[in-house]
Ligand binder design. Structure first.
Ligand SMILES: NC(=O)C1=CN([C@@H]2O[C@H](COP(=O)(O)OP(=O)(O)OC[C@H]3O[C@@H](n4cnc5c(N)ncnc54)[C@H](O)[C@@H]3O)[C@@H](O)[C@H]2O)C=CC1
Ligand SMILES: O=C(O)C(=O)Cc1ccc(O)cc1
Length: 317
């Protein structure tokens, strides 16, 4: 495939950054791929696996001369990274991100944007509960959606180039406004994670049921929740801190609906339960028919679930 960009810079080399490195290399989408990571261990791992050509500790060194820069760190880091990178960004470069939230990301980055840099927020709806540089794989984005939320003044040509890049990574691209993105993802991704974190937390807090029993008798429903609740704590802390309004709106609706289920159980209203369960089964069928149900393949399971993978390098005096 003809390179889409000459030089791509990946800021953050976890699941998303390493998967992008792999797919860019596999399909020859760039002549050179640079990466930033805070720790020497992550930089060494990235070079050993070979999904980048060079690594840097300083994000400004990484983006110098790059024509596509992709932020792949937790969304709470974006403002500081944008400030650090700004003086080194090349005029005409495209700056994008993979963050799971869009409105607050735009607010965080826009004040630092130098003149002539095309900023196009993005979000691949593709992931696993694994994190770190060993979790990535080239097929992560295949058949998955990637949402782009261009700003009113986004350059058409830059948008077309970024869209073509994501398509070459295997994704289908959908364009929407940042507000709409945050509302849709609040119900389809953020709330399900909150519910998973909550139910696994509740189960582990139960005094009358031992942790051993929770593990031993976990039916597949609970096990599915534990997979989601093993997702990176820092990444998800940042998502909830940065999509507050939309998550609270959806949580309000969710708790109202939960209360009506509680009422149906209390008053023995089996018909209400059956009607809802029939409706939800149809939703599941539609997802299967749309082809969005394929789980991430096993080769995406080499990272680290449920713990931060890269600690910042200790400062030496
Ligand atoms: N994990 C998933 O399933 C998906 C994640 N996303 C988004 O993509 C972004 C990256 O997520 P993952 O790759 O999954 O996370 P990850 O935890 O696997 O990787 C993030 C990397 O960034 C590093 N990092 C943190 N702060 C940094 C800083 N200030 N400077 C440099 N590096 C720093 C971390 O140490 C880690 O190595 C997040 O914004 C997340 O919301 C989007 C789609 C799916
Ligand atoms: O592993 C899962 O179930 C996910 O939901 C992955 C995921 C996590 C965060 C995103 O912003 C998009 C996709």
């Amino acid at each position: 495939m003809k390179p889409h960009f000459d030089h791509v810079a990946l800021i953050g080399l976890g699941l998303i950054g390493s998967s992008l490195g792999h797919v860019i290399k596999q399909h020859g989408l760039a002549r050179r791929v640079s990466g930033t990571a805070r720790s020497a261990a992550t930089r060494e791992t990235a070079m050993r696996i070979g999904f980048v050509d060079d690594v840097h500790e300083d994000p400004a060194d990484c983006v110098r001369g790059a024509d596509l820069v992709i932020l792949c760190t937790p969304v709470g880091t974006f403002a500081k990274l944008a400030e650090q990178m700004a003086p080194a960004l090349k005029p005409g470069a495209i700056l994008t991100d993979a963050g799971s939230v869009k409105c607050s990301v735009i607010e965080a980055i826009k004040p630092h944007l130098p003149e002539g840099v095309h900023f196009i927020p993005g979000h691949p709806i593709a992931g696993t509960e694994y994190s770190g540089p060993e979790a990535g794989f080239a097929e992560l984005f295949e058949g998955r959606w990637c949402i782009l939320t261009p700003l009113p003044d986004t350059d058409d040509d830059a948008l077309a180039r970024l869209k073509a890049f994501w398509e070459a990574c295997g994704s289908e691209v959908e364009i929407m406004t940042p507000d709409h993105h945050d509302l849709v993802l609040a119900i389809t991704s953020h709330l399900p994670h909150l519910i998973a974190y909550n139910i696994v937390g509740t189960a582990s807090d139960l005094e009358t049921v031992t942790e051993k029993e929770v593990i031993k008798f976990s039916a597949s429903g609970f096990r599915d929740f534990t997979r989601i609740a093993a997702s990176d704590p820092v990444m998800w802390r940042d998502i909830f801190m940065n999509n507050r309004e939309a998550v609270l709106e959806m949580l309000g609706r969710f708790t109202e609906d939960l209360a009506s289920l509680q009422r149906a159980i209390r008053w023995g209203d089996g018909q209400a339960l059956e009607e809802l369960f029939t409706r939800t089964r149809a939703v599941r069928r539609s997802i299967i028919e749309s082809g969005q149900d394929t789980p991430a393949p096993d080769f995406g399971r080499h990272g680290v679930p449920s713990q931060e993978t890269e600690k910042p390098a200790k400062k030496t005096a």
